[in-house]
Design a protein. Structure first.
Length: 72
């Protein structure tokens, strides 16, 4: 069992939650609810990892988020 971190945001244009698992090519999806998004992320992550040729230990590891303030 391995745990991955997903980046989740709300898209006001589509009215959907969007999730991305950084470092796993193709591991992104959307859902109308957070529960649906979680289910969809788990499913797509399992599919992506089944196709991945390397060792999961070689995938990039999520470290954290930083907020950057800029003047616009």
């Amino acid at each position: 069992m391995k745990t991955f971190t997903a980046y989740v945001e709300w898209d006001p244009e589509t009215q959907l939650y969007v999730g991305i698992v950084p470092g796993v090519p193709g591991a992104h999806t959307q859902g109308a609810t957070l529960d649906e998004l979680h289910h969809n992320l788990k499913e797509v992550l399992e599919l992506c990892l089944a196709e991945y040729q390397g060792a999961t230990e070689d995938l990039p590891r999520f470290v954290g988020l930083q907020q950057i303030e800029v003047s616009v």
